[in-house]
Design a protein around this ligand. Structure first.
Ligand code: BMA
Length: 300
């Protein structure tokens, strides 16, 4: 398997946060002004999550901000949909704007929120782009056939499948279609969901997704890759047969939620390498590296 964990994992833990948090994990990732930027989920001592920014010159050594950059309280008219926390940001750059899809959590259960920023200081909160229950959403980085596209994961009673839909303006969504359902009897038996925003490759749209299987009292979260048709992104043209990353090391096994590897962001380099930012056991931020070509060959 052509995927390697960074030897100094985890790269960020709660000890790096300059104030008291329960945990830091599940960051969205992007390049911003030639630096690596992570928008990290921090779970505060009261159990509600906010976001904090981390910046790096090399993608390995990050410096965290002094304070959160986006909190539930910043959500004003949307506060009732996020007052149990904001979680799991995914970042897509379109032209000179960064669009962030994330989970708004409240007594109404998870739903998908959309915010936009140009500088990662000020955020324009566009509001809800799903009803509950829904999460694990990211937007494609360009229009396809004249429309924006997103993938998300509604929870419909027992069903936990990935869906795709389109929009003329990123706000109003429709043309919903099933994209992928869990393959029964395998590592993704119980549920799947999008992990990283799609990247355009010569062979199709490439993305990571997570699969979950319950064993005894534990759920195992693993990562796989998925390849979608470039012009018709609702068509799956390839998928990894086995997970590309599974919880194995102590920092993936032991933590708030044991036996989890979970990713919300990755950064592709001009030379075809790709940095996958992920979290172990909902308790840290880690890095794994591979190449686009390796992932593509595993999807065929
Ligand atoms: C998912 C999300 C993630 C979390 C994962 C594993 O449902 O809530 O935030 O990392 O479970 O606990």
């Amino acid at each position: 398997m052509q995927i390697s964990r960074y030897i100094k994992n985890p790269i960020i833990t709660k000890n790096d946060v300059p104030f008291k948090v329960n945990s830091i994990f599940n960051p969205g990732a992007t390049k911003f002004k030639d630096k690596y930027l992570l928008l990290c989920r921090i779970e505060m001592p009261d159990g509600k999550s906010s976001f904090i920014k981390a910046i790096s010159d090399d993608g390995y050594n990050f410096k965290l901000d002094e304070k959160p950059v986006l909190t539930p309280d910043d959500h004003h008219q949307f506060i009732n949909y996020v007052n149990w926390g904001i979680e799991d940001p995914r970042i897509t750059k379109i032209n000179d704007s960064y669009f962030i899809t994330y989970t708004g959590y409240s007594k109404y259960m998870p739903l998908v929120m959309l915010a936009e920023t140009k500088d990662f200081e000020k955020f324009e909160i566009h509001g809800l782009i799903s009803e509950p229950s829904n999460k694990d959403c990211a937007i494609f980085p360009e229009k396809i056939g004249g429309y924006y596209w997103k993938i998300d994961r509604p929870s419909a009673e027992e069903r936990k499948d990935m869906w795709i839909s389109k929009s003329p303006d990123l706000i109003h969504w429709g043309d919903y279609r099933l994209l992928l359902e869990p393959e029964k009897g395998t590592w993704e038996h119980n549920k799947i969901g999008l992990s990283t925003p799609p990247i355009k490759t010569k062979d199709g749209w490439l993305l990571l997704y997570h699969g979950v299987r319950g064993f005894g009292i534990s759920n195992l979260y693993k990562l796989g890759a998925l390849l979608l048709d470039l012009e018709k992104p609702w068509i799956v043209i390839g998928k990894t047969k086995e997970p590309i990353l599974s919880p194995d090391l102590d920092y993936e096994r032991i933590g708030d939620v044991p036996n989890v590897v979970f990713s919300c962001g990755w950064i592709d380099e001009p030379d075809g390498k790709i940095k996958i930012y992920y979290s172990g056991a909902d308790s840290n931020i880690c890095l794994a590296e591979t190449t686009i070509d390796d992932l593509l060959s595993l999807c065929k």
